[in-house]
Design a protein around this ligand. Structure first.
Ligand code: GLU
Length: 395
């Protein structure tokens, strides 16, 4: 029998990715599923981006590319950062990968030694602790579940977890699953504190273009100029441009780290998909009105969700400032239905209503459920009606 490595046995599979498979299986059985599960825009990829992909195929741009991404795409990333944040990373700082999930994976592989600690937020995106473990590191948690400061991404929550073994901290802003944003001063303090301890601050900003407030989104690389060598950003085109399947993400990191990540990518994927890279150039370089239209629609859905959750009652939530998730506390309903936990509630809702939700435990937050509103308004209306009727039933 094959003996699996200790490393792979130390990690569990992704609950969000598993839900994508469950949805396909149920749909193949002819079931009509309402999907509030994995975070994936319901919009199609905008036409001009699809056309750029088709043109790439027709022009035979279908071979290997430079490992860390074509220059044309790196320049498009540079222009986007210059336009949005007023700074231009060098091409040598940019590594394009098949999705920002892989960017983060490469980054952690390049910096974590066995026994190193990485401070991650709790609630966390499901893959953070598993990636850290896979690298032989240990995840410790900046706690954002404190009553009174629920979901607040504070510098203090990270700084309080610092130890000599801390190698890196991960900040996810806007956060998946809470939608909260770390404000400029908290981010500045975090980078300042950790850079002085020689600890890398990693900012996962893959929802940075999906923001509903006037909050100015700080440029992490520029906040503490003397700490530039200790800041890394991972980002994605998946959510912003509804391009999940194209698999394009990138990291902007210090040049030595970029070279190390590129070395790992050389031996693993060779390069990100050539066709997707051309589509990504178009996404970043063209008129951004399609993005704005999607964000406006997410905002409309968020507001509707909040109104309906208030009407249902007993569900506690914090209004998201960005991303496209409600992360809501269902303790009342779990107790009322005599369920063991949030997983049992999510499973019962799936079995009885054909509605997919993600249990909060997957994000390190028992009693919560994550509800994605990257779902068509008609499904949201129908889904919330079904959930309301279900929660009002006394079994
Ligand atoms: N990041 C999305 C989510 O949290 C997509 C699935 C995944 O990669 O985890 O649902």
């Amino acid at each position: 029998m094959v003996q699996l490595s200790d490393r792979v046995q130390s990690v569990t599979g992704s609950p969000t990715v598993k839900l994508i498979q469950i949805k396909s299986q149920l749909q193949a059985q002819g079931k009509m599923i309402l999907d509030f599960g994995a975070g994936e825009p319901d919009f199609p990829t905008p036409e001009n981006i699809k056309e750029a992909g088709i043109a790439a195929i027709q022009k035979n741009f279908t071979k290997y590319t430079t490992t860390s991404g074509i220059s044309e795409l790196k320049q498009a990333i540079q222009r986007a950062y210059q336009h949005e944040q007023g700074l231009t990373p060098s091409e040598k700082q940019i590594v394009v990968s098949p999705g920002s999930k892989y960017s983060l994976f490469l980054l952690l592989q390049a910096v974590i030694n066995p026994g190193d600690e990485v401070i991650i937020p709790r609630p966390y995106w499901v893959s953070y602790p598993e990636m850290v473990k896979f690298c032989g590191g240990r995840a410790v948690y900046a706690d954002h579940l404190q009553p009174g400061a629920l979901f607040e991404l504070t510098a203090a929550s990270y700084m309080s977890q610092y130890k000599a073994k801390t190698k890196a901290v991960i900040i996810n802003s806007p956060s998946n699953p809470t939608g909260k944003i770390m404000n400029r001063e908290e981010l500045r303090q975090t980078i300042d504190f950790f850079s002085k301890k020689n600890v890398l601050t990693i900012i996962d900003d893959c929802y940075r273009k999906i923001i509903y407030t006037d909050t100015d989104y700080p440029s992490p690389m520029d906040l503490v100029p003397e700490a530039r060598d200790m800041v890394a950003v991972v980002s994605s085109l998946s959510k912003t441009f509804a391009m999940t399947g194209w698999r394009i993400g990138y990291a902007i990191v210090p040049e030595t780290l970029a070279a190390a990540m590129t070395k790992i990518q050389e031996h693993s994927t060779s390069n990100p998909c050539s066709i997707s890279q051309k589509a990504a150039v178009e996404a970043l370089s063209s008129d951004q009105s399609a993005v704005q239209a999607m964000v406006n629609e997410y905002r409309r859905r968020r507001d509707y969700f909040a109104q309906r959750i208030d009407e249902i009652g007993h569900i506690t939530y914090v209004i998201p400032d960005g991303a496209f998730y409600f992360f809501a506390d269902f303790s009342y309903d779990i107790a009322k239905k005599n369920f063991k936990d949030d997983s049992q509630l999510a499973m019962d809702i799936l079995e009885k209503l054909n509605i997919i939700l993600v249990p909060g435990s997957a994000f390190g937050a028992p009693n919560y459920l994550r509800i994605s509103y990257a779902t068509a308004m008609k499904d949201i209306t129908m889904g919330l009606h079904k959930i309301e009727t279900y929660l009002r039933q006394v079994d």
